[in-house]
Design a protein around this ligand. Sequence first.
Ligand SMILES: Cc1ncc(COP(=O)(O)O)c(C=O)c1O
Length: 517
Amino acid sequence: MANVDQHATPLFEAVINYAREKKISFHTPGHKHGVSIPQEFRNFVGEKIFDCDLTLLEEVDSLHDPRGVIKKAQQLAAAAYGSDYAFFLVNGSSAGNHAMVLTVCQPGDKIIVPRNAHRSVLAGIILSGAIPVYVMPVREEHWNLMLNVTPESVGRTLDEHPDAKAVLVTNPTYQGIATHLREIARLTHRAGKVLLVDEAHGPHLKFHPDLPTTALAAGADMCVQSTHKIISSMTQASLLLVRRSIDVLKLKRILSLLTTTSPSYILMASLDLARMQMATRGKELLDTAIALAEDARQRINQISGLHCFGRELLGQPGVHALDVTKLSVDVTGLGLTGYQVAQVLNRRFKIQVEFADIDSILLIVSIGNTSKDINRLHGALENVAAEAPRTARTRSRLCLPDGLPEMILTPREAVFSPTLKVPLKEAIGEVSAEIFSPYPPGIPLLNPGERVTAELIEYLRELHARGGRVQGQEDARLRTIKIVSPPVNGRLNNLQETVAHRNEKSDNAPAFHGPPR
Ligand SMILES: Cc1ncc(COP(=O)(O)O)c(C=O)c1O
């Protein structure tokens, strides 16, 4: 497929051709080209979208066994991204992470992953029964930023765990920080392992020379990209890009296990178009997005009390390259939290950020933004800064407990064990059935299966007291924690009965609740 015409959009064409024919439907979806869709919805979105909401039909091919237009669309995506295979995903990169881990890991296999991997990676580990071996990303002290993992730490972990099956890294991170992926690929392959990359935040990288190297160019065997997050496919449409080094037949079986039998043609057609758009005009579109983001960064940095890191971080351990379209703005200088700034931007200025934590807000600039957006953002931030209390607010620099908690059970074992809800202080010495991931730093303090320590409980308490949010656990007020039952600790024996009594029936169901994103 070397000289394919990237202007082609076979799936999109097939969908609209079918829609134009107005065939009488005695098939799903039940709304029959929108006829029975509630009028309120039609009034807002129009009619045509419902004609495109199709199901598996000869004309539009089948995602589970593509032989026609979906096959062609996937081949075009593979050619555009330089992979041997491309698979359309309709459940986001989460499904891609699940599939990557399930394809390379059998139950009991080790996989090396960053401690701050997205929760879908942990979900893949839970589904597969793999054993995670964590690599800590580098933490930048001054701004309390979580950078990426280094080749050195991955190399060391590979040496310590020669029996690991694969390495998975997140590249770039949510904040746009890219590690030296080529070096990690070299070390991983030298050790005879497979390199998987969660490139959820990188579907644009291939199309601009000023952006970090792509996973595939760096030598990864498989990577997943959230085309819906960063480029212009519809929410949930993602891509899994694969090299021949992967057992592709097994991967296909796994994808079939994980994928709905009714994938949305609207999502898939939008992915076909998003690939076409980037392959044919990506450089030009990204020129604008990058210029807008750099302009915003520079203007934000002129506002006293705000700081948005940029290329000055390059060269620090864990920062080999930067996706400058991500703007992570530290707001501590305003005497406000990131949550407060995000709320004012939203409610008063009608500006919605991607994410906020206690110290910062995260803004994603994409090919969909305009200079007007940047001007509005800048004006709003100037206003927020002018009215800010500027009382000294120390950055939430709590000292993370050293080292990792002891892993007593695999995440899968912990999640499928009976559980018990106990007060925090009673959990010391017990095995967590929950994930506790405070932001910042966005590193799980505890994953299911890990031993709860006094130090971890103290950290959680203090973080909560300072207004930090801990994602993942059930009790938002952080008074209780779910532990694996039966408890290890004798002191809990009496308590067990009382608390178990009060627990809902669902307590014996899998307890995994990760961060919201
Ligand atoms: C690094 C990373 N990987 C994977 C995902 C999951 O992607 P999706 O929302 O497309 O399922 C996210 C979502 O935020 C993410 O940030």
